[in-house]
Design a protein around this ligand. Sequence first.
Ligand SMILES: [Zn+2]
Length: 159
Amino acid sequence: MGSRDEFRERTKRAVALRAGYLCSFEDCGRLTAGPSEESTESVTLIGKAAHISAAAPGRGSRRYRSEMTTAQRKHIDNAIWLCSDHADLIDRDEVKYTIEALQEMKRLHEAAQAIAVQTRTNSNWGRGSWQSARTRCAWRSREHRLHAMDSSFAPLCPR
Ligand SMILES: [Zn+2]
């Protein structure tokens, strides 16, 4: 039985913070962290750093690539921050949720978070319409995806 290439704690924390503790799944944006009433320092966490390419081969693993090294599987580039529902969902369907599709969701979410931090807007406020427009725009064509990589991204996507 092989070992799973799990992420380090610091990797999980970094991918969560880069996502603003919001689910990165297209049109989700669910807040995944908050206070727990168990104690004044307890945290309720309903998100996880999901593997884009599976941590281990075998039954139930998705998007596993044998040619990847352990270091690549544990790297933050192989992690996407998701709510627990979407973390489960992507591991039910690797035909729909390909490595490329998940990498694109992560990139778009992080780009939106970067804009939100820069412009002091709460990216989760009115998320549904805002993110839908953004995602439609970004997915419509390759040109839009390329535009999404620079700071002119926001004006390209009508609210
Ligand atoms: Zn979600």
